[in-house]
Design a protein around this ligand. Structure first.
Ligand code: NAD
Length: 498
């Protein structure tokens, strides 16, 4: 049983109604991290009811926008104060290196500050009616109760991308983080409370998706569901949300092309190709897991890349020598093994990795060696499917047209990169790639101020940036005639009455 209740409903920490719990273990050494409550549908229904009550009758939706913004800025300050504890909790749940978790917390701080500033920008706009007796304006109002569902790879960062704009716009919410990584969501609820958020505005349920998460897509009391996770689950959430025509925002998977032309700065392209795919052991939605190399550069580039990948040091979250960490779970490790076996069966050639490491000190963790699969083509399953692990597929291309054709040959459209020293070629490519973010001669930087979201089956709606806030508010047009008079549309009613 949990030492303290870990579901946060209507301003109180409560235990799961059915008394179920889940043990969280560090994926590096299986040491126990925490035992938390495991919510069932009835707990989530309670959390939804609390969020509904707080939205319909509580003070938050009508709190002046600048005050909402000030609260978000206060949360950012509290996160700075608690940076070390929050980062440690994130590393214990995910197995990611502490330095990466610290970087993530800094990103979360930026997100809260950004939406804190944007919250006050809620004045709306006046529309010219051309009629001196009418006033027409568009105002922004919160959507209502938001169901926020997040994955395990960047637990707090993904939550912040939803929680901060939802609060900035005046909504109430129920957050359902991944069942594998609940710790930083618990810390976030404490910080929101400390910052003064009224009871019922922020609610947290922990547990498995089909039980604790599904009611957020089903319930008629929820107005919006914002989901980040895999494509299959995203389709399920979207279908469930259709029952009550909820607003839906989806951030789904990616199979992102990293396109290297022969005229590129080789050292930068090589180094970034490693970061693109092996950061956080490839468990990144925007990972550059699909390398496209121009024919003339292919052999030398892949040889050097494989030699560098072979030297990547694996280790635990608090090992200062480690360059990347474990996978999240045994099930995910087995999925990567099966994915590589499938790729080999369809003709891919393993040029490095392709196995679980054999060092004794890594045996307890769910590690997989950084892996490069050469000889791939777009028709192969390994090129089309997201592995979400440290596996790079390599394809060749002949020229710009060929690169565009291959890179767009995917159901996904989240992100991609182009490496070339020809600036006009880079711009042409960026314009033709059907992916939501394109990096030129770089990989992975994102900005809270710039939109993030997928084309095609990588998503619906945009997170971050000014339009990220738009996901969480309704634009309402208010037209006011300040000199009411009969319309006289059908003639003179005064005459008829006579
Ligand atoms: P997942 O789809 O298995 O789970 C995501 C969340 O959905 C979890 O909280 C899970 O419990 C919940 N869930 C599962 N079934 C549900 C249901 N029926 N109803 C409601 N909720 C349910 O994904 P994951 O394995 O946690 O995360 C990995 C995936 O997330 C990858 O595909 C990755 O690309 C994607 N991702 C995308 C972005 C982005 O910005 N586009 C960012 C991070 C991760």
């Amino acid at each position: 049983m949990p030492l303290v209740p870990s579901l946060f409903i209507d301003g109180h920490w409560v235990a799961a109604a059915a008394g179920a719990s889940r043990e969280i273990r560090n994926p590096f050494d299986q040491s126990p991290v925490a035992t938390v409550d495991e919510a069932g549908a009835e707990d989530t229904e309670c959390a939804i009811a609390a969020a509904r009550q707080a939205f319909d009758h509580g003070p938050w939706p009508s709190t002046p926008a600048v005050q909402r913004g000030a609260l978000l800025s206060a949360v950012a300050d509290l996160l700075v104060r608690d940076r070390a504890d929050v980062a440690k909790a994130e590393s214990l749940d995910t197995g990611k290196r502490l330095v990466e978790s610290e970087y993530d917390v800094d990103d979360v701080v930026r997100v809260f500050r950004y939406y804190g500033g944007l919250a006050g920008d809620a004045a709306g706009r006046v529309v010219d009616t051309g009629n001196p007796n009418a006033i027409s304006r568009v105002v922004y109002e919160p959507v209502g109760v938001c169901g926020l569902i997040t994955p395990w790879n960047y637990p707090l960062l993904q939550a912040s991308w939803k929680v901060a704009p939802a609060l900035a716009a005046g909504n109430t919410f129920v957050l359902k983080p991944s069942e594998l990584t609940p710790s930083t969501a618990i810390l976030l609820m404490r910080l929101l409370t400390e910052a003064g958020l009224p009871a019922g505005v922020a609610n947290l349920v922990l547990g498995a998706g089909p039980q604790a998460g599904a009611p957020l897509a089903d319930s008629p009391l929820v107005d919006l569901v914002s989901f980040t996770g895999g494509l299959t689950t995203g389709k399920r959430v979207m279908a469930a949300a259709a029952g009550t025509v909820k607003k839906v925002a989806l951030e789904l998977g990616g199979k992102n092309p990293n396109i290297v032309f022969a005229d590129t700065d080789l050292d930068a392209a090589l180094d970034n190709a490693l970061t693109a795919v092996f950061l956080h052991s490839g468990q990144v939605c925007s990972a550059g897991a699909r390398l496209l190399v121009e024919d003339s550069l292919h052999d030398s580039f892949v040889t050097e890349l494989a030699s560098r990948a072979d030297r990547i040091r694996l280790g635990g979250p608090f090992d200062p020598q480690a360059e990347t960490g474990t996978l999240i779970s045994a099930a995910h490790q087995a999925k990567i093994e099966a994915y590589v076996a499938g790729a080999v069966a369809e003709g891919a050639k393993v040029v490095c990795g392709g196995r679980v490491p054999d060092e004794p000190e890594l045996k307890a963790g769910f590690f997989y060696r950084p892996t490069i699969l050469d000889g791939c083509v777009a028709t192969m399953g390994c090129v089309q499917d997201e592995s979400f692990g440290p596996v790079l597929t390599v394809e060749r291309f002949t020229d710009e047209d060929d690169a565009v054709r291959i890179a767009n040959d995917t159901v996904y459209g989240l992100a991609g990169a182009v490496w070339t020293s020809d600036a006009s070629k880079a711009q042409r490519m960026a314009g033709r790639l059907r992916h939501g973010t394109i990096w030129i001669n770089d990989y992975h930087p994102y900005l809270p101020q710039a939109e993030w979201g997928g084309f095609k089956q990588s998503g619906v709606g945009r997170e971050l940036g000014p339009t990220g806030l738009d996901e969480y508010r309704e634009a309402k047009h208010i037209y006011q005639n300040i000199n009411p008079a009969p319309s006289r549309w059908f003639g003179d009613f005064g005459d008829k009455d006579r």
